[in-house]
Design a protein around this ligand. Sequence first.
Ligand code: GLY
Ligand code: MN
Length: 466
Amino acid sequence: MFNKEVYVGRREELKKLVSDGVIVLFGNNEAPNNYPNNAYYPFRQDSSFLYYFGQKRDGLVGVIDVESCKETLIGDDIDIEDIVWYGSVDSVADMAAQVGVGSSAPMAQLKVIIDEAVAKGRKVHFLPPYRHDTMIQIMDLMGIHPSKQREAASLELIMAVVKMRSVKTPLEIEELERASVIGYKMHTTAMKLIKPGVTEKYIAGQINGIAQSYGSQVSFGTIFSQHGEIMHGNPSMAPLEAGRLVLCDCGGETIEHYCSDNTRTMPVSGKYTQRQLDIYSIVEDCHDLVLGIAKPGVKYFDVHMAVCRLMTERLKELGLMKGDVDEAVAAGAHAMFLPHGLGHMMGMDVHDMEGLGQIYVGFDEETRPNLEQFGTNALRMGRRLQEGFVVTDEPGIYFIPDLIDEWRATGHCAEFLNFDMLETYKDFGGIRLEDDVLITADGCRFLGKDIIPYHPKDVEAFMADN
Ligand code: GLY
Ligand code: MN
């Protein structure tokens, strides 16, 4: 936990951004895995609750009365049964004091507070819930059916939270740097373990353990697969095969729940083939292009488009694409290779604040998403960058056999694609490179004191030495 002034300051700021009413921030509850007493471990608190109330225990709700400024941490103290099985924890009153909250109350009081606000015609602000137990809680408290809760959530509160959480303070950047150290250990361990015959699942399990050893947990389910063409491919029991590529996309979360998210693509045999290098060097140059253009005031949508143009130019040189580069990109032909966006916000959530609504996090009135075009519709972050934003830079080139077949059959973007050559790449897999970018006063830099090797010579040298 940060010191209490951090949380007091954040709630003060939030009260200035929300005009009136009562703000209710739901913490998470334990989530059973296969029976009630076997919950998913480790417990993960809701990020917005953590941001304003700092406490990591399950079963808590934070209430802020915007007009009276009264703040209450709501939750039931644990009983002797819980103490016997899980050990003692601080009382809710102590937890409130630790984060500078003036009062605490048992859970039953929450309905009283909300009923009183509703009776007076005051607004009750809550964020869009994403867990079903929270949805039931909201239904019990306010009578709003889960199917209506996203639209009933407070836009004013969403916008206030997005505004605050988007800009990372120096304290948060330190935490993100710590998360990068965990990510570095995860990735370099994977690189050391890659050998023909070792299973994907074994390596993923080893690096997941690193995330738990040095921090709280993985920042998302580790992607470790020789099928790099599957965007979020789960590690399987398949043994690694010499000659293939293996894609590793993973990150860790610090004890304070700040994330890292990196991707590397390695040759199982320790050396890339020329065919792999031809594609790899395009992804590498697209990845590095971002460092030269991302800075405050620039739209991330335009950075994404610059990457798409460079990728198209280079794929044209290889013979996989053809025609006019600008026309190909305008038609979305590059999405055959890059069906996702260049990146997303990152912070306490690896896709930061995605649960609040991507439209509010990655876009604004000036920069609207293009929801019509395949590929471009998967861009999670398009708006103008500001100092303190942290975004991912994650271009990739994938050869997805089903997508090749589908576009060939329908003739989609046929004037820009060399389908005969694409056929010969159906066994290639996919390459992605990803680093986390901090927007600085006049430019940007990668997070992480040590950058995980990604230039082919560095990857090969690292794999040969370890
Ligand atoms: N690294 C996983 C993702 O960004 O979706
Ligand atoms: Mn990512």
